[in-house]
Ligand binder design. Sequence first.
Ligand code: CU
Length: 245
Amino acid sequence: MKKLLLSTAASILLAAPAFAAGAHDGGHDDSDSGMKMDMEMMVGMPGKPADVDRTIEVTMRETDDGEMIFEPEAFDFKQGETIQFNVTNAGEIEHEFVIDTMEGNAKHKEAMAEMAMRHDDPNSVRLDTGEKGEVIWTFANAGTFEFACLIPGHYESGMHGPITVAQSDDAPEAPVVYSTGKIKKVDAKGKKVTIIHGPLENLDMPSMTMVFKADEALIAKMKEGQNIEFVADRVKGKLTVTAMK
Ligand SMILES: [Cu+2]
């Protein structure tokens, strides 16, 4: 049985028996969770201990100025990585560590506020003060996800952070397409370069003269009047020279 926890309120209701059944203390136990191990979510799926690529220590606590925090405050993974999160509650009150999409966390947060629901899914661990637990998770999909504590009020007090999963190196990448051009003007301060260029096939643009962004290292290599082969791409919506030879 597959369930996408993030999709609808109905799926949250369907999942409720799993939460109830999983209400044992600290950490999760896979022995009774044949169904849970099949769980596939946008953020990935439960990982197997034998597949762990990296172990990361995570601390949850309150601060002196009234915030509630996770340390570290962000994660960067690669698609396909299996991470073991060793989670410690170093705070004075109960906290949890949940990984999901932002949408999924928002829906769970609502549900928890309404039903005082207890989390104990493979993608989460709820810990009393001083307790330790773990979550082993395979980040099967690239994208931006979120870890959070969904106990009412805690998210708003700071207990959330981004999980960025980069596309795997194994995934086929578009071949790099070089275009030809002649540098007309270099604006080192503005990190911009004007290029009289041939067709930009990868961007589906014809020959013309255009201004591109470029980083300092590339700008340093550019001279006005120079004939170049270069790669042009959109970076954060701006045409940018990403490589040159
Ligand atoms: Cu919390």
